[in-house]
Design a protein around this ligand. Sequence first.
Ligand SMILES: Nc1ncnc2c1ncn2[C@@H]1O[C@H](COP(=O)(O)OP(=O)(O)OP(=O)(O)O)[C@@H](O)[C@H]1O
Ligand SMILES: [Mg+2]
Length: 510
Amino acid sequence: MVVNVESMGLLGMEAFPVKVETDGENCLPSFDIVGLPDASVKESKDRVRSAIRNSGFDFVSCGIIVNLAPADVKKVGSVYDLPILVSIMCLFGYLKCDISDSAFIGELSLSGEIRHVNGVLPMAIEAKKRGIKNFYVPAINSREGAAVSGINIIPVRNVRELVDHLRGKRIIAPQPHILQEKIQQKYNFDFSDVKGQFEAKRALEIAACGGHNVLLIGSPGTGKSMLAKRLPSILPDMTFDEIIETSKIHSIAGILPDENSLVTERPFRSPHHTISPAGLTGGGTIPHPGEISLAHNGVLFLDEFPEFSRNTMEILRQPIEDGAVTISRVNASFTYPCSIMLICAMNPCPCGYFGHPRRACTCSQKAVSQYLSRISGPLLDRLDIHVEVPPVEFEELSSEEKAESSNEIKSRVDRIRAVQNERFKGTGITCNARITPMLLNDMCPMDDSAKQTIRDSFEKLGLSARAYDRLLKVARTIADMDGSEVIKKVHIFEAIQYRTLDRKYWGGRS
Ligand SMILES: Nc1ncnc2c1ncn2[C@@H]1O[C@H](COP(=O)(O)OP(=O)(O)OP(=O)(O)O)[C@@H](O)[C@H]1O
Ligand SMILES: [Mg+2]
């Protein structure tokens, strides 16, 4: 007799259905798994055998063969333990119920407990698409699947409970669904803590309004990291689709917190500068998402930017531009989305005090230029807004007055994003920073004096074509904030001002 049990597998971002077919023969005892299982799937035999015995059932001596279909796709991980166990329990006659509209995933412990697996959310989405009615998942990840409506997510803690449920003895209640309207977004950091720094705050507000990348340059302790950490708190609330997309990536990486099943706040990822290129973009035989994808729909903050290795920095170039990173392996390529705002922070020189108003810089000119040259022209080009973060004056720092709160700034950002949503309706573009080259001229009309100003600066600053495009998009955002449909000279001026720092520090290399 052949028993079929449905399950789900993962390949990159995509979940796919896996059918576990199990056949038994009255012959010498054996237990084989076929269908391109990797080592972790093969080990499942021992877990399944022990889990069955330790849950109070006999493991019947016979020849067992398990096939994981489709047989030409590699199966990885311990997620198939549970469906293999269920199929064997059916084969042995311990379970006689109809499970044709159910699917199972979960890792087993030797004692029959069901353990955490990665990727429950994308699998639940796919299971629902495939018409599965009951999706049995480890109780510990069951809240992940609860965002998907129209499918029963059944949390199982151990084999005994599952058997009782399937025999109709003790029914397990499905996980209640998460209601979209109940999702609240709150951040731990607030801009009201940051004294002074009006220019830097203005720059970050522009960046938040248009989704632009920022480079913060300043001496130690001036508040660069502090400012960057507060950026997510002024970004617009995540839409439900964005929540699901980002949560899917976190689910695959296995980092969704158990108590909160979805990523409901814009991610802020701040990897250490010792991170490898694969850690940033994703890697492994079946690649795992990297930091850049974990920051999807949020902020990737690279603190102490020049300390990152050259390879790590340069690998960012294509993903920043495309909003997705593709990793190729011999038999497949995997694409993870990474629509991020990149914020980089750095000191202006190795000692940190180059250009400081009160402290002398102890670095030689050569040391300063060597330090700055770690950031390549193409990368600098992609950072739309360069802003200096000067030391805060004592009066400002010691004042009791609270600065403007994140909520107040966010309400302005929301207004500007609404203007952009109207402008980009039906184009798939989400914000000014993502205007495609084809639409650039239509979306960024300029008056004559603005055109003249940008023409003059193009030559004077030696801008690249990309820097020109990006400058225009920043000017578009500034014009939006000014309530103007047409980009004027003042808007261009302000946008150019955010590109003049590369002249000061890098001698206008970009
Ligand atoms: N504008 C400010 N208002 C209030 N506190 C500030 C401000 N700037 C800095 N601080 C205080 O100084 C601390 C250090 O700031 P922060 O870590 O952001 O500096 P940094 O510019 O990132 O320095 P480094 O270059 O060494 O990384 C903050 O945690 C905060 O307590
Ligand atoms: Mg810092």
